[in-house]
Ligand binder design. Structure first.
Ligand SMILES: NC(=O)c1ccc[n+]([C@@H]2O[C@H](COP(=O)([O-])OP(=O)(O)OC[C@H]3O[C@@H](n4cnc5c(N)ncnc54)[C@H](O)[C@@H]3O)[C@@H](O)[C@H]2O)c1
Length: 251
């Protein structure tokens, strides 16, 4: 039996990168998936990839910064598949980097909103939909949250917030059978990251050199961990932050 058979799930930011890989993994493991993104074209492409491979998926436009849009996403899962068993909150972005004394308050606030507040907002509606029968949620954190990261303070602090949000909510909803974990990726080759490689040609070689396994991670390697944590095989795991980073956090 596949890991996620008979489950119904949603993935935010699943139009590309890590979110798309998670949606593909959910479907490959037997779940019915609501793919969501602000980019409709890319989201539809993810759905096409899933259905071409024989999986079940629908697209729902969702901007995770908009409460009505988040509510509509969870409603879409309930409407299409009758229930919500698993969810992964992957949509996030960093609005900039640089020294604190030159940083704009507005940019700091936007990064906090995009990484932390929006994750909380998604959880609010996902948890409400799972209260009667239980479920599993995975938030996508980042290794930037683990020991701090110079010049990336807003993002690192926001993702550290995601970790504590994960732990606190796991403690809050364990008795209702809702498990909540986070996966903390190391450096993963996604379109979001490749944008920076285009701007700084030496960046990829530098990152590889620093990596314990001498390579970057692939989105599918994050997705494997998310699908496991969402599955019944992880039935006694909650409140954990799992680094999937080729050893980056222990190097
Ligand atoms: N790539 C890495 O190396 C890395 C490392 C650590 C953590 N992460 C985390 O993994 C997650 C995915 O990152 P990625 O590299 O795949 O990103 P990405 O930029 O490649 O993809 C992000 C997706 O989110 C969507 N999105 C952006 N704003 C949105 C919004 N308001 N509402 C809904 N969707 C929105 C985008 O359209 C895009 O499809 C993020 O939480 C990121 O912080 C990535």
């Amino acid at each position: 039996m596949s890991l996620l058979e008979k489950k119904s799930g949603l993935v935010t930011g699943s139009g590309q990168g890590i979110g798309r890989a998670i949606a593909l993994s959910y479907a490959r493991e037997g779940a019915s998936v609501v793919v969501s993104d602000i980019n409709d074209e890319m989201g539809q492409e993810t759905v096409q990839l899933i259905t071409d491979a024989g999986g079940s998926a629908v697209f729902c436009h969702c901007d995770v910064s908009d409460e009505a849009s988040v509510k509509a996403l969870v409603d879409a899962a309930l409407q299409h598949y009758g229930r919500l068993d698993i969810a992964c909150n992957s949509a996030a972005l960093s609005r900039g980097s640089g020294p604190i004394h030159q940083y704009d308050r507005a940019v700091f606030d936007q990064t906090l909103d995009m990484c932390l507040t929006n994750t909380w907002l998604c959880m609010k509606y996902e948890i409400a939909a799972m209260l009667e029968h239980g479920g599993a949620i995975v938030n996508i954190s980042s290794n930037a949250s683990l020991r701090g990261q110079a010049f990336n303070t807003a993002y690192a602090a926001a993702k550290a917030g995601v970790n504590v949000l994960t732990q606190s909510s796991a403690a809050e909803y364990g008795k209702q059978g809702i498990r909540i974990n986070a996966v903390s990726p190391g450096v993963i080759r996604t379109p979001g990251l490749e944008k920076y490689f285009a701007e700084q040609p030496d960046m990829e070689a530098g990152l590889r050199k620093k990596a314990a396994m001498n390579r970057l991670g692939e989105p599918a390697e994050i997705a494997e961990a998310v699908s496991f944590l969402c599955s019944d095989r992880a039935s006694f795991i909650t409140g954990q932050i799992l680094s999937v980073d080729g050893g980056g956090s222990v190097r």
